[in-house]
Design a protein around this ligand. Structure first.
Ligand code: 3HC
Length: 711
């Protein structure tokens, strides 16, 4: 293997400029060998009298995209990144960074430590550390405010969102932005050398950000402090429960209240504390869980290349079908929307247009993009019009009879190689596949509502689905910007099967005397984006009611989801009827507690002979809901419905509002320890005296072997 860093002289074009060439695929992360290589190359270049300037250049698809995240958690090896950047900073020959691709985290910090920066258009600059539970740890919180101001530093660092160089043109970060007609990577090196030659000719050899003073007068300092406080308050809401954004703001504030060397030391302290925190471990786990989920495990099967999908059809133009159509259109794919009546079709297409207009109003998409997307969507009421599409997603009513009838029809009308997917949330897709003559081309594509916004896509393989169909559905998910996770068939697949256990406990707690508000508040306080009962009101309580009716394997227990069922039977379907677990203001849709719902549930609990308790604590609510999730996840893993614990986590992070800083239910179980998990489940088993709290054998097995779920 060749070294990831080489020093290359540029003769004959410019024999006084050397290139530090970094080649560390896939993203040129600053692994130990790269850090060491950069330091060695600088020393060599410094010692070579012929060399007057150095360019840092990267092979592959991007400049350095950050520190090597895989190294976090291991014993750090010297040279540490801040030392490397100091070496760059103090080099007695100018160092110029040639930027392209995604210049992120430590990569951006390295660029800021260089004496000059040249970039091609389209290059993205960012400090995404907070998304990993970290803060920039190699000068980012000090150098960015120095060169671009406190406000931009606060915005970029607390959001973690990269920005294109074009948007940052006024901030002085880039010294030379290559002109539009030369702006691709091929020209980058030539242009950077040209820029460097000019620097040398002008004898302009030193422009170091760390030497720029942060000289704010009292008034400006006060204004900057107010700004920091505003960002603290905003982050406390937006990144609820997360430590890193707050530490980052403190560190940025140090940039104008402390001398640089002290502020740098403090930045490192914050960084090291964050790196060792459970939150950062969880967020790093989340990062890799999402990347790994995209990789299919091919158990002995031959890998397959995905089929090119140029046109699709969506069956059903309701909220779900419309959202799915938008996902395809957003990815530039032609969509035919099929409805049974012209009236429903028109309604569906109008609803899509309205959703795009709303997105345009909010600045998420521009008018040209709206028109492009709408032009890709056409409607029909005739199955015959689907004869040439490459893939169909059915998003019709959730009953087996309806689905089988649709699939049988599609099978007759679509070309033989077309893939037929169902968006069912619960139903047995093996049975749906049997209604066709192409069971190997049937797959589940389970989108989450609102489909055009939610990141998760469960790709469900039936026992007949062939590898090419599965690969195609996964690839298509990626093209639509989804986190696609391959799962197998069972009632509710991974996400909803686990959610049923979570909801079951919320319902049991209601029967035992907890109020909807108490349950929801406890779960929001724990970290969930929303409480389970508010979610249920939003999605419609009748949907689960209907699904439970269809479920032949439903537990034979009159208490199972009895609270939800009694509400539905009294016409309380959730937000759509203005009453459910809560009541909703007709005008504003504002939620408030409803004694009528509580009374209905308690009367029903009395009939079921369930004793009311007044001692239900928030901790009991949180543990019963979360441990029910963990236990079911372990069953799912053991049954191989999900291939990896991290896949389950990717599902819960992207489809169910599980807090990213806890990494997903499986990661959380490992973090608190399987011993505690098993002991608590056994306690609930004794307490409840029902069949639900059986410890999953996998948990006992892993505990006995001192292993983890996510290992
Ligand atoms: N360290 C280690 N591996 C990384 C990595 C990193 N910083 N960034 C990406 N990778 C790996 C991915 O895991 C993936 O590996 P795989 O092929 O084995 O699954 C591979 O690189 C390709 O990544 P993507 O599939 O994400 O490729 P894309 O082209 O879609 O995106 C990217 C590229 C925009 C660079 C994206 O990978 C990304 O955002 N990476 C994270 C960047 C980041 O967070 N940097 C900050 C790190 S923390 C830091 O620098 C601390 C410092 O302040 C001290």
């Amino acid at each position: 293997m060749t070294a990831p860093v080489l020093l290359i002289p540029t003769a004959p074009h410019a024999d006084n400029i050397a290139i530090i060439n970094i080649d560390n695929p896939p993203v040129n992360a600053l692994s130990h060998a790269v850090r060491q290589g950069v330091v060695e190359a600088i020393t060599e270049a410094e010692q070579n009298k012929n060399i007057e300037a150095i360019v840092i250049y990267c092979q592959g698809k991007t400049f350095i995209a950050g520190a090597d995240i895989k190294e976090f958690g291991k014993t750090p090896k010297e040279p540490h990144l801040p030392d490397v950047l100091q070496r760059i900073n103090q080099c007695n020959k100018p160092i110029i960074a040639a930027l392209f691709g995604s210049v992120l985290g430590g990569g951006f910090e390295l660029a800021l430590a260089c004496h000059y920066r040249v970039a091609v258009r389209g290059t993205k600059l960012g400090l995404p550390e907070v998304t990993l539970g970290l803060i920039p740890g190699a000068g980012g919180t000090q150098l960015l405010p120095r060169i671009a101001g406190v406000k931009l530093a606060l915005t970029m660092i607390t959001s973690g969102k990269p920005q294109k160089v074009e948007q940052l043109e006024d901030y002085g970060i880039i010294d030379f932005l290559i002109s539009a007609n030369n702006s691709n990577k091929d020209h980058l090196l030539t242009e950077t050398i040209l820029f460097t030659k000019q620097l040398l000719e002008k004898n302009q050899t030193s422009k170091i950000i760390s030497q720029q003073p942060m000289a704010l007068n009292d008034e400006k300092k006060q204004a900057a402090q107010v700004l920091c406080q505003q960002f603290r308050d905003k982050s406390a809401k937006k990144s609820r429960g997360q430590q890193a954004p707050q530490s980052a703001i403190n560190s940025i504030e140090n940039s104008f209240t402390l001398p640089l060397n002290e502020a740098m030391e403090k930045e490192r302290e914050y960084f090291v504390a964050c790196r060792g925190s459970a939150q950062s471990r969880a967020m790093r786990h989340a990062f890799f869980a999402e990347k790994t989920a995209a990789k299919l495990i091919h158990s002995g099967e031959i890998k397959s290349t995905p089929t090119e999908i140029e046109s699709v059809a969506v069956i059903g133009a309701g909220t779900m079908g419309g959202g799915i159509a938008m996902c395809f259109a957003n990815a530039g794919i032609n969509v035919t929307l099929l409805e049974m009546s012209q009236n429903n079709l028109t309604k569906g297409i109008n609803a899509i247009a309205k959703r795009y207009q709303q997105a345009e109003k909010r600045g998420i998409i521009n008018n040209q993009q709206v028109n492009q997307c709408m032009a890709l969507i056409t409607g029909t009421c005739d199955y015959q019009d689907l004869d040439q599409v490459d893939l169909v997603v059915e998003a019709a009513f959730e009953t087996m009879a309806v689905k089988q009838q649709i699939f049988s029809q599609l099978d007759k009308m679509c070309k033989p190689e077309a893939i037929l997917a169902s968006n069912t949330s619960y139903l047995d897709i093996d049975e749906i596949a049997k209604a066709t003559r192409r069971p190997e081309k049937i797959v589940g594509m389970h989108f989450f509502s609102p489909a055009n916004i939610m990141k998760l896509l469960e790709v469900v393989a039936t026992k007949y689905t062939d590898t090419q169909t599965l690969t195609t559905a996964m690839t298509l998910g990626k093209k639509m910007g989804k986190i696609s996770v391959a799962v197998k068939v069972c009632y509710g697949f991974v996400g909803n099967r686990m959610y049923a256990c979570y909801g079951r406990e919320a319902n049991m707690l209601l029967l035992e005397g907890a109020t909807p508000q108490q349950i929801d508040n406890a779960m929001v306080q724990w970290g969930m984006a929303m409480g389970p009962l508010a979610v249920n009101d939003m999605s419609g309580i009748d949907i689960g009611y209907q699904a439970r009716k269809e479920n032949t394997a439903r537990p034979d227990d009159p208490c199972y989801f009895a609270a939800a069922d009694i509400l539905v039977e009294h016409g309380r379907l959730g937000q759509k009827t203005n009453v459910g677990f809560y009541q909703y203001d007709e005008q504003t849709n504002k939620r408030s507690p409803d004694d009528a719902a509580i009374k209905l549930i308690r009367t029903h609990a009395a009939k079921l002979e369930i004793k009311q308790r007044s001692d239900i604590s928030d901790e009991e609510i949180q543990q019963r809901l979360i441990f029910a999730l963990i236990n079911e996840g372990a069953y799912i893993l053991e049954e191989n419905i999900a291939s990896r614990a991290s896949d389950i986590d990717a599902i819960w992070l992207n489809g169910y509002g599980f807090p990213r800083y806890l990494g997903g239910p499986m990661c959380y179980a490992d973090e608190i320890g399987l011993e505690k998990v098993v002991a608590t489940i056994k306690k609930f088993q004794r307490q409840a005296g029902n069949t639900y709290w059986q410890v999953a054998p996998l948990l006992e097995k892993l505990l006995a072997q001192d292993k983890k779920l996510t290992q």
